[in-house]
Design a protein around this ligand. Structure first.
Ligand code: ADP
Ligand code: MG
Length: 535
């Protein structure tokens, strides 16, 4: 795979500057392949796994093409959920950091429509929305498609799964045909290919294919952590395993710099390596790492490519890598020259799906482990401390301190209490206790139930629409997602009867769904929705 640098791609200085501020060092495979094609004006079908940077793959070239002096609507991005609409508009705003007068607005169900109408009236060149809401605005003429030149269908497979096909087609039919149309998706079912045939002009297919990869035989472990305890988790593992050399991977330059600062702040001998550093600086860091003046090297994927150090004990994936090739490259840095190596990967929340994808594609066996507990660390620390004290006693020269203890004893403290207090003062770590509680809590938590799983976290809702209205499960999922922004995939079992329907939804979403769906229409019929009565 050829990973391009962004500055090889004929982008504006403003874009390059913004991308660099976001900490991206080089383009991911899907970005390397699609950015220039989109820049050239061609329609594109892009396919790659989740988490591979599809947003920037279309966002970077699209925003380059927006004319800031033209206040009309120029680009429409359709995506399946409210979360995604917000996420994309946030990424767009970062990409637009050095450009003025380009307005991006997310448009989704669940937000008062009046507020959106006011925002739209002020003018926006780019909107990012869920199909239902965009249709709604089109019908009210608060969104006019006549000037649109670019359309992106993001997560097209997910949108079709949620029953948005008709809406998407209605929208596309309203956009002038001399537009550029881009479609991105993790999978390419038949239905999507149908859509592209009807709505795209000789699209370029960009697909990120997966190579056969062999995993070196090293111990691979993952830890489920919360974002805010990552640093503590890392320090714990380092303290516990005591590696003489470790290499830590972060996904961006910015994260490298931040982590280095935090580690140094805690007294670790750590330094960073990334693409923004001059060659001479990098050489210096590498020299220090080789002769062990530093024990921890924090790096991006790009910077680490040149590293040839044989005895790295542990590779940490502080951020889970963007794709499986990176994973293999990263962990291949340990266990070299016949030594045993370890690879530790942190997984936060939904990243577990990315990890599973990595395991599937590489056939790697990555086992879950618990973080070392406070007890484990304390035991370790105590042992070290006690050894230390013994050697201090053996070294002697303690008169000055003996005097202090004696004066305390005359104040009625016992020698035993004084020694114990000193131990506690040195060993007790209040933060660690808090982190322990976090870990325990995390272990208790279960994952969000996936679609069609029934369990006690789900609540059954009753909707006044049924078979006689020709309603299908996708209509229900589509309407709920479109009107309320609740992601379609969390919706559980759907039972459609003649006159009414039962839908299982996670209990955290019940209020949003009931208020969001009140008096809304599904398949043109005004519905009522409430909690189902217990049998
Ligand atoms: P997808 O749409 O393919 O699921 P996203 O566009 O949401 O993936 O990107 C996933 C993450 O990767 C985001 O946090 C994004 O900021 C980050 N990212 C995207 N491109 C790069 C890059 N070139 N280098 C580093 N991180 C990147
Ligand atoms: Mg995406």
């Amino acid at each position: 795979m050829n990973y391009l640098k962004f500055d090889e791609m004929n982008l504006s200085q403003e874009a390059l500057h913004a991308i660099s501020d976001m900490g991206f060092e080089e383009a991911t495979p899907i970005q390397s392949q699609s950015i220039e094609i989109i820049m050239s004006g061609r329609d594109v079908i892009g396919q790659s796994q989740t988490g591979t940077g599809k947003t920037a793959a279309f966002g970077i070239p699209l925003l380059e093409k927006i004319n800031q002096y033209d206040k009309h609507l120029q680009a429409v991005i359709l995506c399946p959920t409210r979360e995604l609409a917000i996420q994309i508009s946030e990424e767009f705003r970062k990409l637009l950091k050095y450009r003025d007068n380009i307005k991006v607005i997310p448009i989704y169900g669940g937000q008062p429509i009046d507020r959106q109408i006011i925002a739209l009236r002020k003018g926006a060149q780019v909107i990012i929305g869920t199909p239902g809401r965009v249709m709604d605005h089109m019908n009210r003429r608060t969104l006019k498609m006549e000037t649109v030149q670019f359309v992106v269908l993001d997560e097209a497979d997910e949108m079709l799964d949620m029953g948005f096909r008709d809406d998407i087609e209605t929208i596309l039919d309203k956009v002038p045909t001399n537009r550029q149309t881009m479609l991105f998706s993790a999978t390419m079912p038949r239905e999507i290919l149908d859509l592209t045939k009807r709505y795209q002009k000789e699209p370029a297919h960009v697909m990120v294919v997966h190579k056969e990869l062999t995993v070196p035989s090293i111990d691979q472990v993952y830890f489920e952590v919360k974002e805010k305890i990552k640093l503590d988790a890392l320090c714990r593992l380092i303290d516990m395993d005591n590696p003489s050399l470790s290499l830590i991977f972060c996904n961006t330059k910015k994260l490298v710099d931040e982590l280095v600062e935090q580690l140094q702040g805690r007294g670790y001998f750590a330094e960073g390596l990334h693409g923004d550093m001059k060659q001479s600086q990098r050489d210096l860091v590498m020299k220090k790492f080789r002769n062990r003046t530093i024990e921890i090297l924090v790096a991006t994927d790009v910077a680490a490519r040149g590293i040839d150090v044989d005895d790295i004990d542990i590779v940490f994936n502080y951020d889970i890598p963007q794709d499986e090739e990176y994973y293999i490259h990263r962990i291949g840095r340990t266990g070299r020259a016949g030594k045993s190596g370890r690879a530790y990967t942190f997984v936060v929340g939904k990243e577990i799906y990315k990890l599973r994808e990595i395991m599937k594609l590489t056939k790697a066996k990555i086992f879950q482990k618990k973080l070392p507990s406070l007890g484990d660390i304390e035991e370790n620390k105590t042992r070290h401390f006690v050894d230390k004290i013994k050697s201090v006693i053996e070294d002697g020269h303690l008169t000055k301190y003996v005097n202090i203890v004696e004066s305390m004893i005359t104040e009625d403290y016992s020698a035993l209490d004084i020694a114990a207090a000193l131990m506690k003062h040195n060993l007790y770590d209040a933060d660690a206790e808090e982190i322990d509680q976090e870990i325990e809590e995390l272990e208790k938590q279960k994952f969000q139930p996936r679609r069609r799983d029934v369990d006690e976290n789900m609540v059954r809702l009753f909707i006044t629409i049924g078979k006689k209205d020709k309603v299908k499960p996708n209509d229900i999922v589509g309407a709920v997602a479109g009107e309320t922004g609740v992601p379609g995939r969390v919706i559980g079992h759907i039972d459609i009867f003649e006159e009414f329907t039962f839908v299982d939804v996670p209990k955290d979403y019940v209020k949003d769904i009931i208020t969001g769906m009140k008096n809304k229409k599904i398949k043109g019929k005004k519905i009522n929705i409430e909690r189902a009565k217990k049998k």
